[in-house]
Design a protein around this ligand. Structure first.
Ligand SMILES: [Zn+2]
Length: 235
């Protein structure tokens, strides 16, 4: 039995029975075990079936309530779909704050030693860390079949909470400016996810904007057809 790594956020009670890997990370339910070792990069297709058929949490493997949480990147928020089944809100929040792939900006999934028979997730998953993740809680999600597997329509949200680099927007640095700062970073990630690199001059404007302005830009960023129209509202 390995000890939990120091510096991780406290484990929600539902995740306390999960095994712990050699690095000290809890091993989520969905992770495939290969030759007796967990490989966090690979989702076990059998676990996917269990989660869908038995209404279980993708992360802790326990029963889900009516509220289902998805840990999604900016692109999923726009397309409204994801390739992974839902989790408990507290389990998805833990992933958003502790998972190295989700909390380290620009981390790339390690491809070395991937077994040959591993299929990519359905849809067009990105293998690069999107920089910002959202815990999207819904009561109406729906799995549907696509050419290369299953996708989930994430449904209308009951609540959303964005995280950048493992910190909830608003928690960053615990000061009044922290909320705007977190929102600014999340907005920059969202914009670069949608429109590619955001020019430094735009980034500067975003980082200097107040919270009300940022919230307006954030709403527009989700539907805007191009980068300039995020900042200049069409009349
Ligand atoms: Zn759970």
């Amino acid at each position: 039995m390995n000890a939990l790594r120091e510096g991780l956020p406290p484990l929600p009670p539902k995740m306390r029975d999960l095994p712990v890997d050699e690095r000290g990370f809890p091993v989520p339910f969905f992770v495939a075990w290969i030759d007796g070792k967990p490989d966090h990069r690979i989702a076990d297709p059998d676990k996917m079936a269990v989660c869908i058929e038995q209404n279980k949490c993708w992360i802790c493997g326990r029963h889900l309530s009516a509220f289902k949480a998805f840990c999604i990147g900016p692109m999923c928020a726009i397309t409204g779909t994801i390739s992974e089944p839902p989790s408990h809100t507290e389990c998805a929040t833990y992933a958003a704050t502790a998972c190295p792939f989700l909390t380290r900006p620009h981390a790339k999934r390690r491809e070395a030693g991937m077994p040959d028979n591993v299929r990519d997730a359905a849809g067009n998953p990105i293998k690069r860390n999107p920089g910002a993740v959202c815990v999207w809680v819904t009561k109406r999600h729906r799995p549907f079949r696509v050419g290369n597997g299953l996708l989930f329509d994430i449904g209308p949200p009951e609540s959303t909470q964005w995280f950048a680099e493992g910190k909830a927007e608003g928690e960053a640095k615990g000061k009044a400016a922290g909320k705007a700062e977190g929102k600014a970073e999340a907005l920059i990630s969202l914009l670069s996810g949608r429109f590619g690199a955001v020019e430094p001059s735009w980034q500067e404007q975003i980082r200097e904007a107040d919270l009300v302005t940022l919230e307006r830009w954030f709403e527009r960023a989700i539907v805007a057809p191009d980068l300039p129209s995020v900042f200049n509202a069409p009349r």
